[in-house]
Design a protein around this ligand. Sequence first.
Ligand SMILES: [Ca+2]
Ligand SMILES: [Ca+2]
Ligand SMILES: [Ca+2]
Length: 475
Amino acid sequence: MFVRKVVNVLCFLALASCAPSKNSSGGVTTTEPSKTNGIETCLALGKKNTNLADTSSVVPTLTTLDPNYGQYIVKYKEAKGLTPSGQPLREYHVSTMKLTSISGDLYSLQIKGTIKEKSKILAQVAAESDVDYVEPDYPIEPIPQTPAAIMPDDPYFSKQWFHSTLNSLAAWSVDEGSDEIIAAVVDTGVDYTHPDLAENMWINKDEIPNNGKDDDGNGYIDDVYGWNFTANNNDPRSSSKAPHGSHVAGLIGARGNNHVGVVGVAPKVKLMALKFMDDSGAGITSNAVRAIDYAIQKKVFLINNSWGSNRFSRTLSDAISRAAKAGILFFAAAGNGDKGVGYNIDATPWYPASYTQWNVFSVAATTIGDRLTDFSNFSKNKVDVAAPGYAIYSTVSGVSYQMMSGTSMATPIVAGLAVLVKATNPDLDPTQILNIIRESSDKLPTLQDKVRSGGRVDSYNAVMLARASKNCALQ
Ligand SMILES: [Ca+2]
Ligand SMILES: [Ca+2]
Ligand SMILES: [Ca+2]
């Protein structure tokens, strides 16, 4: 545990050392156009000019002759009538200079060379008797979209209070997830025909459907959406009696902005349906292990595990180790305690949340008021973060939706967040992704002694930290 902690701290420090504001050229701001120039230009363009007859002259200054640009606008006092490929009126003995007509008296001047050479040329051009002024052809940037501009059209979005706690809208303005990232749902099955899940279901492209053959040679015949390990068939849908897995799947990634239902934490993702608990919700360890091994073999990004037991299993622990070796994240619910009262899993372990492999990331549940729910288990050592887990609205079997509460709901919310982080910066390694989720969580006084990070997850903080970490590779 000590080694794991030290490694994680070091990894995070490596990320934290990246200055988000530093530009990709290594911060040499004297030779690059400043970003503010572009933004000021945008603001200036948005300002209404009430004096249409304004004839105030622009006197060239040191600022407008700024030699840090490659392109300038030259305004002559009168139209020159040159063709677009026209020649400069004076020869400056610089072969890398090009003057082309914009319209009438306006010309575009491109200059290459050192700052010193460019300064000299600009001064010469500006001093020409027929030149009115010279100014940089300032770059203009689009105004960033505000979160409100991308409000999804899913009709039940407003029922999902947790998106406002997670700051989902702002997070999605950075990244919405990716169809390249696979999240395995090891649970009671996933209704892959649900209109809000169908588009985000993983499809086994190596398997030819319904030909009675195991085309990809993984031991499962016609496994297109995943596998049903309880009935040993290729239909891993959840039933209406045990819709738990479909609810979990919708929290990771119900399709967003599709005019239908709800939105998952990652509106774009690929969900793999691995059913190991039957229609009464019962399952056995060996089938959970078969499901985990299926996911490992298909190289998923993460496995969501909203289930557990108070018994340690060597077989299950070894399967988690195989996933760890393959770099697969293993999200585990902290458990719901007994009779509605959560307990410390340091004293009374709950598995798989209590396993100690680096990839086991355990999640407690919070209320709308940002407190730990009464039922949520906790641990300063074994539970990594907290996430919303009370009155959570998501997809269930059939064309249906339901409100559910539990650490089972908090866990896929964090799994969805991991998808957003990975999509924002695909170069992050799995331990860095877990560090980002912990470190970017909103620290809450009531969680300090309950979870390792002391925080409740925040999607926007997490994707911003993931984005800032992109500069790491350049240092
Ligand atoms: Ca197969
Ligand atoms: Ca087949
Ligand atoms: Ca939807």
